[in-house]
Design a protein. Structure first.
Lengths: 128, 126
């Protein structure tokens, strides 16, 4: 570990052994998205109407409620990884990159929490 | 940033369909992240709030701009789904031969458009 170039400092240390994790999670959540958004698309097509009461009754049932909750988790996780990759490619300055990743994480977790709260409220019989 | 020469970028290479698929995958993914999720959360929030909030959402969704946004989101989803499936195949090491790769690169965005058209036809006709 000298004070040489960045490649000189990294050479010979081997891999970090964890770089593949986000890559794998991107694939796992992609498979989840395929199933769950597929479920949402088919449901939208098969519902007799998209008016308030029909959709509200549908999403309060156990299977759609669980599927929609899982959809929120899978989609927001996948989104967080994907936007992180975009930030990594286009935001070069270290401080700006940190700020963007921080904002992304707040938005992704906040958005997912809001979506899950809405579904829970409807499924567990809140204000109808 | 060190002032080093950059690797050749888009303007250097001869265009091929695989480049379009790659760029569309990123545009549709980031587009759904920024616009699609906002609409999804608005829909869920309005649904959880009650009939009045849902009526506001339904009004906005059925304006001309609303339809453009919704068709755009559905196209982004189907396109991203098709290019994502192509990624799965290539992750497995398949479909790398030039002719096969070119064929599926052309097919991917076309299938995405067909699925979008089929979705809206089914939704609006039945």
């Amino acid at each position: 570990m000298g004070n040489g170039t960045s490649i000189g400092r990294a050479r010979g240390l081997g891999s970090a052994h964890e770089g593949v994790h986000p890559w794998l999670m991107q694939r796992f959540t992609a498979a989840g998205n395929l199933l769950l958004v597929g479920f949402l698309v088919v449901s939208i097509l098969m519902l007799p109407s998209l008016d308030y009461q029909t959709v509200r009754n549908w999403i309060a049932e156990p299977l759609p409620a669980v599927a929609m909750a899982l959809l929120i988790v899978s989609v927001f996780w996948h989104t967080r990884l994907g936007l992180n990759e975009m930030i990594g490619d286009y935001v070069h300055e270290a401080g700006n990159k940190m700020a963007c990743v921080l904002a992304l994480n707040l938005a992704a977790f906040g958005g997912a929490a809001f979506g899950l709260f809405c579904i829970a409220r409807m499924a567990l019989g809140g204000a109808a | 940033m060190a002032n080093r020469p950059l690797s050749p970028h888009l303007q250097i290479w001869r265009w091929g369909p695989h480049m379009l698929v790659s760029i569309l995958h990123r545009i549709t993914g980031d587009g759904m992240a920024l616009v699609g999720l906002a609409v999804l959360l608005w829909w869920l929030g309005a649904l959880a709030s009650g009939p009045e909030a849902y009526a506001t959402f339904a009004w906005a969704a059925t304006t001309p701009i609303g339809y453009i946004v919704l068709v755009g989101i559905s196209w982004a989803f189907f396109n991203h789904m098709c290019s994502g499936l192509r990624h799965f195949v290539m992750d497995a090491g398949a479909g790398m031969e030039i002719t096969t790769n070119r064929k599926w690169s052309v097919a991917t965005p076309l299938i995405g458009i067909l699925l979008t058209a089929a979705f809206w036809a089914l939704l609006l006709i039945f």
